[in-house]
Design a protein. Structure first.
Length: 172
Protein backbone atom coordinates (compact mmCIF):
# COMPACT_ATOMS: atom_id res chain seq x y z
CA UNK A 1 0.00 0.00 0.00
CA UNK A 2 2.70 2.48 1.00
CA UNK A 3 4.71 1.57 -2.09
CA UNK A 4 1.64 2.24 -4.26
CA UNK A 5 1.18 5.68 -2.68
CA UNK A 6 4.84 6.59 -3.19
CA UNK A 7 4.88 5.32 -6.77
CA UNK A 8 1.62 7.05 -7.63
CA UNK A 9 2.72 10.33 -6.07
CA UNK A 10 5.91 10.38 -8.11
CA UNK A 11 4.09 9.59 -11.32
CA UNK A 12 1.31 12.05 -10.71
CA UNK A 13 3.47 14.92 -9.61
CA UNK A 14 5.65 14.60 -12.68
CA UNK A 15 2.79 14.06 -15.14
CA UNK A 16 0.23 16.60 -13.90
CA UNK A 17 2.78 19.39 -13.33
CA UNK A 18 0.49 20.97 -10.75
CA UNK A 19 1.13 24.72 -10.67
CA UNK A 20 -0.57 26.18 -7.64
CA UNK A 21 1.33 28.94 -5.92
CA UNK A 22 1.20 32.32 -7.77
CA UNK A 23 0.33 34.09 -4.53
CA UNK A 24 2.28 37.22 -3.55
CA UNK A 25 5.07 36.36 -1.07
CA UNK A 26 3.52 38.49 1.68
CA UNK A 27 0.44 36.28 1.73
CA UNK A 28 2.41 33.03 1.53
CA UNK A 29 4.48 34.11 4.53
CA UNK A 30 1.35 34.76 6.58
CA UNK A 31 -0.73 32.30 8.55
CA UNK A 32 -1.46 29.89 5.69
CA UNK A 33 0.23 26.64 4.82
CA UNK A 34 0.07 25.12 1.34
CA UNK A 35 0.80 21.63 0.07
CA UNK A 36 0.03 18.62 -2.07
CA UNK A 37 -2.54 15.87 -1.69
CA UNK A 38 -2.05 12.28 -2.77
CA UNK A 39 -4.18 9.21 -2.27
CA UNK A 40 -5.13 5.83 -3.64
CA UNK A 41 -8.70 4.51 -3.63
CA UNK A 42 -8.73 0.73 -3.51
CA UNK A 43 -11.46 -1.80 -4.20
CA UNK A 44 -12.45 -4.49 -1.69
CA UNK A 45 -9.52 -6.66 -2.88
CA UNK A 46 -6.92 -3.94 -2.34
CA UNK A 47 -6.55 -3.15 -6.05
CA UNK A 48 -6.13 0.58 -6.84
CA UNK A 49 -9.18 1.99 -8.63
CA UNK A 50 -8.44 5.73 -8.43
CA UNK A 51 -5.38 7.91 -7.92
CA UNK A 52 -5.85 11.30 -6.23
CA UNK A 53 -3.49 14.26 -6.58
CA UNK A 54 -3.92 17.96 -5.91
CA UNK A 55 -3.26 20.87 -3.58
CA UNK A 56 -4.51 22.30 -0.28
CA UNK A 57 -4.42 25.56 1.69
CA UNK A 58 -5.05 25.90 5.43
CA UNK A 59 -4.56 27.91 8.57
CA UNK A 60 -5.57 25.05 10.90
CA UNK A 61 -2.16 25.01 12.56
CA UNK A 62 -2.98 28.45 13.98
CA UNK A 63 -6.35 27.42 15.44
CA UNK A 64 -6.60 26.88 19.16
CA UNK A 65 -10.39 26.83 19.53
CA UNK A 66 -13.08 25.19 17.44
CA UNK A 67 -15.25 28.30 17.69
CA UNK A 68 -13.02 30.34 15.37
CA UNK A 69 -14.83 31.73 12.32
CA UNK A 70 -11.55 32.27 10.49
CA UNK A 71 -10.74 28.61 9.87
CA UNK A 72 -9.61 27.78 6.35
CA UNK A 73 -9.11 24.37 4.81
CA UNK A 74 -9.55 24.28 1.05
CA UNK A 75 -8.38 21.59 -1.33
CA UNK A 76 -8.60 20.86 -5.02
CA UNK A 77 -7.64 17.50 -6.41
CA UNK A 78 -7.96 15.39 -9.50
CA UNK A 79 -9.00 11.78 -9.55
CA UNK A 80 -7.89 9.52 -12.38
CA UNK A 81 -8.10 5.78 -12.96
CA UNK A 82 -4.80 3.86 -13.04
CA UNK A 83 -5.24 3.38 -16.80
CA UNK A 84 -5.30 7.16 -17.34
CA UNK A 85 -9.04 7.49 -18.00
CA UNK A 86 -11.96 9.26 -16.31
CA UNK A 87 -9.97 12.21 -14.97
CA UNK A 88 -12.11 14.67 -13.01
CA UNK A 89 -11.70 17.31 -10.31
CA UNK A 90 -13.14 17.81 -6.83
CA UNK A 91 -12.84 20.61 -4.30
CA UNK A 92 -13.26 20.88 -0.55
CA UNK A 93 -14.49 24.30 0.55
CA UNK A 94 -16.40 25.92 3.42
CA UNK A 95 -14.68 23.86 6.09
CA UNK A 96 -16.31 24.58 9.46
CA UNK A 97 -14.13 23.50 12.37
CA UNK A 98 -16.14 21.84 15.13
CA UNK A 99 -13.57 20.17 17.37
CA UNK A 100 -9.83 20.13 18.00
CA UNK A 101 -8.24 17.31 19.95
CA UNK A 102 -4.65 16.47 20.78
CA UNK A 103 -3.79 12.81 20.87
CA UNK A 104 -0.64 11.04 21.95
CA UNK A 105 2.32 10.73 19.59
CA UNK A 106 2.14 14.41 18.54
CA UNK A 107 -1.12 14.10 16.58
CA UNK A 108 -3.69 16.90 16.42
CA UNK A 109 -7.14 16.14 15.01
CA UNK A 110 -9.37 18.80 13.45
CA UNK A 111 -12.96 17.62 12.97
CA UNK A 112 -15.56 19.57 11.07
CA UNK A 113 -17.73 19.66 7.98
CA UNK A 114 -17.19 20.99 4.51
CA UNK A 115 -18.60 21.19 1.01
CA UNK A 116 -17.39 18.65 -1.56
CA UNK A 117 -17.90 19.33 -5.25
CA UNK A 118 -19.44 16.32 -6.95
CA UNK A 119 -20.48 15.70 -10.57
CA UNK A 120 -24.19 16.34 -9.96
CA UNK A 121 -23.93 19.18 -7.44
CA UNK A 122 -21.92 20.19 -4.36
CA UNK A 123 -22.63 18.17 -1.22
CA UNK A 124 -22.67 20.28 1.94
CA UNK A 125 -21.99 19.44 5.57
CA UNK A 126 -19.81 16.43 4.75
CA UNK A 127 -17.94 15.29 7.89
CA UNK A 128 -14.19 15.72 7.42
CA UNK A 129 -11.43 14.80 9.84
CA UNK A 130 -7.90 16.10 9.37
CA UNK A 131 -5.13 14.53 11.42
CA UNK A 132 -1.84 16.41 11.57
CA UNK A 133 1.14 14.32 12.62
CA UNK A 134 4.31 15.99 13.87
CA UNK A 135 3.26 19.18 12.07
CA UNK A 136 4.41 17.59 8.81
CA UNK A 137 1.90 15.03 7.52
CA UNK A 138 -1.83 15.56 7.21
CA UNK A 139 -4.29 12.74 6.77
CA UNK A 140 -7.71 13.76 5.42
CA UNK A 141 -10.66 11.48 6.05
CA UNK A 142 -13.87 12.31 4.19
CA UNK A 143 -16.99 10.58 5.51
CA UNK A 144 -17.97 8.19 2.70
CA UNK A 145 -21.69 8.02 3.57
CA UNK A 146 -22.71 11.48 2.33
CA UNK A 147 -20.88 11.10 -0.98
CA UNK A 148 -21.70 7.49 -1.90
CA UNK A 149 -18.20 6.18 -1.13
CA UNK A 150 -16.79 8.28 -4.00
CA UNK A 151 -13.35 8.44 -2.35
CA UNK A 152 -13.52 4.87 -1.05
CA UNK A 153 -14.88 3.60 2.23
CA UNK A 154 -11.88 4.26 4.46
CA UNK A 155 -9.16 5.42 2.08
CA UNK A 156 -7.42 8.54 3.41
CA UNK A 157 -6.02 11.37 1.33
CA UNK A 158 -2.56 12.43 2.47
CA UNK A 159 -1.45 16.04 2.65
CA UNK A 160 2.20 17.03 2.44
CA UNK A 161 3.31 20.65 2.89
CA UNK A 162 5.35 22.32 0.18
CA UNK A 163 9.01 22.65 1.03
CA UNK A 164 10.13 26.23 1.69
CA UNK A 165 12.01 26.33 -1.61
CA UNK A 166 8.92 25.21 -3.52
CA UNK A 167 6.59 27.87 -2.13
CA UNK A 168 7.84 30.61 -4.38
CA UNK A 169 8.32 28.52 -7.53
CA UNK A 170 4.69 27.46 -7.84
CA UNK A 171 1.77 29.47 -9.16
CA UNK A 172 -1.75 29.36 -7.75
Amino acid sequence: MLFSVILASGLLLSSFNVDVMGIPPGIVESDYLFGRTIGIVEDENGKPTWIISGTWKTNLSNQTQATSNSTVFDASFEMIKPDGTSKHTHTITNFALEEISNQKNNVTVFNGTGTISMPQEPVTEVPISIQVMNNVLGVIYIDPKKIDNHFGTDDPIYGLPFEESEKYKKKY
